[in-house]
Design a protein around this ligand. Structure first.
Ligand code: AMP
Ligand code: GLY
Length: 424
């Protein structure tokens, strides 16, 4: 089969590595891809929001399956455009991707179908939001309704901070039209777990659980980022919790979407908080997580193309989704300064150390070939160094060792990824 992968991050590199393992894959393209993906796929310089160009490419190149990675093209309707052009596409259509595209939509859905989540109110008017805040309990969480590069969530400890947040999101439009609506939500405490799942409209099959580290600095300090590293499985996501979530959250969400006339096919990523009153949904994403894909897909034994086709065809119930017992840990090597400002264009050395190793992966996130053909840094998150081993502890040790194999100027990483499991 001829496969196209849309996207250019570490997640898309992990998807490409999984596709490469499939017996069904003859030729892989990445649009636009990156310097790491280029080792296993042909990278084509078309960006993820150029829907017509992507569709034309897929038609001209007789693509059998197009896997869409990032949120923006999914929420914008790329899958609809591909389908209209007769291309088999993996990912939710626009109607279903609203599950991630609008927090107000997803909160209303959870309320209507009794899916456990934090209490909330939605506002379209900044004055009304400010009035409400005056009586609300602190800390309080503000969420811009639309996509905001993972930065549209503010946790406010004081009324002043919350008022300032309303101003930034709704009046100053810091996140553009994503701030036309605002969700104000109860603050929850507990351990966070990410559960990714394949969905075919009716059936849902969850993948292995993972735990992300979203803050830039050790001890969960610093700004929120796209994710600085993670591990899978999460030992905190026990069998008992899983059983509860399958019934009260996972299947209910899929059924709710179908009942709303928004049949979901693709990946639903459940961001959960394990509170003392049980697991609750923090957020939904309509795609693989980044860097969750790096640890979860690395552990997946089932053929990714079979699974994607089953999601599209509505035959997921026939798939036996398998994961290896080995654990995986991913440490993100970033450009110092991320998520604010950072320099790019530094040469990366030592990448060859990952060649011919089954238990080490170096997923490229922000890399590019410079004019001399050298691989250089080209983003905030540069690489996702990932290792697998029989235990999380061993995988953690190996991942951190491998972080020393590569060098580039301004290299920055957290030193406490998966540290929580050391004390178990
Ligand atoms: P989200 O983009 O919705 O996942 O939010 C980003 C991060 O903000 C989450 O991973 C949580 O750490 C935190 N967060 C979001 N909503 C809440 C909440 N209601 N209570 C506490 N923390 C939250
Ligand atoms: N790692 C979190 C996300 O992909 O949204």
């Amino acid at each position: 089969m001829r496969i196209a992968i849309v996207g250019s991050g570490g997640r898309e590199h992990a998807i490409a590595v999984s596709v490469k393992k499939s017996k069904k894959a003859d030729k892989i393209f990445a649009l636009p891809g990156n310097a790491g993906i280029a080792e296993i796929a042909e990278c084509v310089p078309i960006s993820v929001m150029e829907f017509d160009k992507i569709a034309k490419f897929c038609v001209d190149e007789k693509i059998d399956l197009c896997i869409v990675g990032p949120d923006d093209p999914l929420v914008g309707g790329l899958v609809d455009v591909l389908k209209e052009n007769g291309i088999k596409a993996f990912g939710p259509d626009k109607k279903a991707a609203i599950l991630e595209g609008s927090k107000a939509f997803s909160k209303d859905l959870m309320k209507k179908y009794n899916i456990p989540t934090a209490a909330y109110e939605t506002f379209e008017d900044a004055d009304a939001a400010c009035e409400y805040l005056k009586t609300a309990k602190l800390p309080i969480v503000l969420k811009a309704d639309g996509l905001a590069l993972g930065k549209g969530v503010l946790i406010c400890n004081t009324l002043d901070e919350a008022m300032e947040g309303v101003k930034e999101i709704m009046r100053d439009k810091k996140f553009g039209s994503a701030g036309n609506k605002l969700v104000i939500e109860e603050f929850m405490t507990g351990r966070e777990v990410s559960v990714l799942s394949f969905v075919d409209g009716k059936t849902i099959k969850t993948m292995a659980s993972a735990q992300d580290h979203k803050r830039a600095k050790d001890n969960d300090e610093g700004l929120n980022t796209g994710g600085m590293g993670n591990f899978s499985p999460s030992p905190f996501f026990t069998k008992e919790i899983d059983e509860y979530c399958q019934k009260e959250i996972f299947q209910k969400t899929v059924d709710a979407m179908r009942q709303e006339g928004r049949e979901f096919k693709g990946v639903i990523f459940f961001g959960l908080m394990l509170t003392e009153n049980g697991p609750k949904v923090l957020e939904y994403n309509a795609r693989f997580g980044d860097p969750e894909a790096q640890v979860v897909l690395t552990r997946m034994e089932s053929d990714i193309i079979d699974v994607c086709e089953a999601c599209i065809d509505g035959t997921l119930d026939k798939i036996d989704l398998k994961f290896m017992d080995d654990a995986a840990v991913c440490v993100v090597l970033a450009s110092d300064g991320y998520p604010l400002s950072y320099k790019k264009g530094f040469e990366i050395t030592g990448l060859e150390n990952f060649k011919n190793k089954n238990d080490f992966y170096c997923f490229h996130a922000g890399t590019i070939f410079n004019k001399d053909g050298k691989i250089v840094t080209n983003g905030g998150r540069v690489l996702g160094v990932t290792a697998t081993a029989a235990t999380l502890k061993e995988a953690r040790k190996k991942a951190y060792e491998a972080c020393n194999w590569v060098s580039f100027e301004n290299k920055y990483m957290r030193t406490d990824i998966a540290k929580a499991i050391e004390n178990l």
